[in-house]
Design a protein around this ligand. Structure first.
Ligand SMILES: [Zn+2]
Length: 377
């Protein structure tokens, strides 16, 4: 079985070049042409590996394209390899974090989150063909195009494919190499306040400030934080007012909510949806909802992790686990009761920043681990 590790070691430079090519195609969420180009590239690679793959592209209005690749079909349940092609980096950002190799690291926008993971899935399939190995189960690769923005259109496909699968492996970024066996759930809300405008100098008493109301609401919202339960509520953006001498009529803020249990999710959602104005002349509007359920560290998840850890140990690779605050599409899978192991992507750091990179040395090990998980009983 070390045949796989040496195969990937021999192919390391080639694989890193492939990752660089995909990273060079900028594909921020909601950028349709970027999404299509990234999907084109992946489809071409897949067709080069085998003409037998069933490839399906699902166009999502205003969003991009989801991609499904089905390999090694049979009548047993497949394994779902899950990931996404969208990144958080707007077009042009690659000039600030150019795709390059430095000190054993491959830098670039979206390398770590998660274009290296996309390429890893393809390379594992390529290895099966090259080494004439057959995975225990059919393999379905699903790469969605709106994961970074809440999976509004991708969710349905993720849940559909996960529902058919025996288990799911998510090639999202690792946490310092550790896989993710628990993730917080997320909610995204918007609060809008609408007050009464007035001249700030001539008749301020006639105004009702949307910003003052918002400020009080923000303090209120932050008081919902309960770190001991793993619940966080943070106002992350704020905007308001028209100009400097007018009592502001409008303000708007976005609220990020994270939780480790559904009970907490419901509690916080109720609190947010039922807030009332401090100043009755100001009206409030609350939009948004709980988005991803938490991925709770279930027995099934632990079993899958233990299997991965044992496989990794067999070739001298130590695989740790951790629970994190960030959500992924793995959360939707876990909520269906399907065993899921997340964070199987290449080790690296700096997700969502301009310092994003992967560790080149980790590529063969991660690829071996993923391949062996598909070959194991
Ligand atoms: Zn990601």
């Amino acid at each position: 079985m070390n045949q796989l590790l040496s195969y990937f070691e021999t192919r390391q430079t080639e694989i890193v070049n492939k990752i660089s090519e995909l990273v060079e195609i900028e594909s921020p969420s909601f950028n349709i042409s970027g999404s299509s180009q990234a999907v084109d590239w992946i489809e071409t690679q897949a067709r080069e590996i085998s003409a037998e793959f069933q490839i399906e592209r699902v166009f999502a209005e205003g969003c991009g394209e989801h991609l499904i690749i089905r390999a090694f079909p049979s009548d047993v349940k497949p394994v779902l390899l899950l990931g996404h092609t969208d990144t958080v980096h707007p077009i042009g950002t690659k000039t600030q974090n150019p795709t390059r190799i430095e000190n054993g690291r491959l830098y670039g926008c979206g390398t770590f989150d998660m274009k290296a993971g996309c390429v890893l899935m393809l390379e594992v399939l390529r290895a099966f063909y090259a080494l004439k190995l057959e995975p225990k189960r059919p393999v379905t690769i699903l790469l969605s195009c709106d994961e970074e923005v809440g999976s509004k259109s991708g969710r349905e496909i993720v849940e559909r494919e996960a529902g058919k699968a025996e288990f799911c492996l998510v090639c999202e970024p690792s946490a310092n190499g550790r896989v993710k066996t628990g993730r917080k759930g997320t909610g995204m809300f918007t609060l809008k306040t609408r007050g009464i405008p007035a001249h700030a100098g001539l008749e301020p008493e006639k105004g009702a400030s949307a910003i003052l109301e918002m400020s009080k609401q923000i303090l209120n919202l932050h008081s919902l934080n309960d770190l001991s339960r793993g619940t966080t509520v943070n106002v992350c953006t704020i905007e308001g007012g028209t100009t400097s001498n007018v009592i502001p009529e409008h303000a708007v803020c976005s609220i990020d909510v994270r939780f480790t249990s559904i009970t907490e999710a419901v509690r916080i959602e109720n609190e947010i949806k039922n807030i009332i104005a401090f100043d009755e002349r100001v009206s409030l509007e609350i939009l948004g909802e709980i988005n991803r359920p938490p991925m709770e560290r279930s027995e099934k998840i632990v079993q899958l992790y233990e299997k991965a850890r044992a496989i990794a140990a067999s070739f001298g690779y130590e695989l740790g686990e951790t629970e994190v605050g960030g959500a992924s599409d793995g959360n939707f899978v876990a909520a269906l009761g399907i065993p899921v192991l997340d964070g199987l992507g290449v080790a690296g750091s700096g997700a969502h920043t301009l310092e994003e990179f992967i560790l080149i040395d980790d590529v063969p090990k991660r690829a071996t681990l993923l391949a062996r998980l598909l070959l194991a009983e």
